[in-house]
Design a protein around this ligand. Structure first.
Ligand code: ZN
Length: 141
């Protein structure tokens, strides 16, 4: 059993910007040379999240609307009154969706469905430079 870690550097626009990072995760898996194990994708920070969805414009728009319903950007938040950074909604959305995802690696491939992409969601209220860790725990079969 061995580990391989790759850090992705991804510019985002914020405001629930959703990026399909499946190709970058697949590239990290290929670089690792590992064929069986677990792939963890993790975003450090409290205003971004990692999840999966069908990455097409309708689903992206529906997800953004759902988030706006759950925690509106212009809502009233204790965090904003305390810190004045205006991104209370982003912290709540990030906490709900979560910062990480684990995908089984089987015979050299991520065990994703055909219409299931890995996405980074940046909820913050400004553009950011995000780091995403792809951490693989596995072996060569
Ligand atoms: Zn904040």
């Amino acid at each position: 059993m061995t580990t391989y870690t790759k850090t992705l550097h991804l510019p985002t626009r914020g405001h629930t910007h959703i990026l399909d990072i499946t190709p970058q995760v697949e590239a990290a898996v290929a670089e690792s040379g590992l064929t069986h194990g677990l792939v963890t994708v993790f975003v450090p920070g409290s205003t971004a999240a990692i999840t999966t969805m069908e990455y097409e414009s309708g689903c992206v728009a529906d997800f953004q609307r759902l988030m706006e319903t759950l925690a509106p950007e212009d809502g009233s938040y204790t965090h904003n009154r305390r810190w004045g950074d205006g991104n209370g909604y982003a912290h709540l959305r990030a906490a709900l969706v979560g910062p990480d995802l684990t995908v089984p690696l089987v015979q050299g491939r991520l065990a994703l469905g055909t219409w299931q992409q890995i996405v980074l969601v940046d909820f913050d209220n400004r553009p950011r430079q995000r780091r995403v860790l792809v951490h693989i725990l596995g072996e060569r079969a």
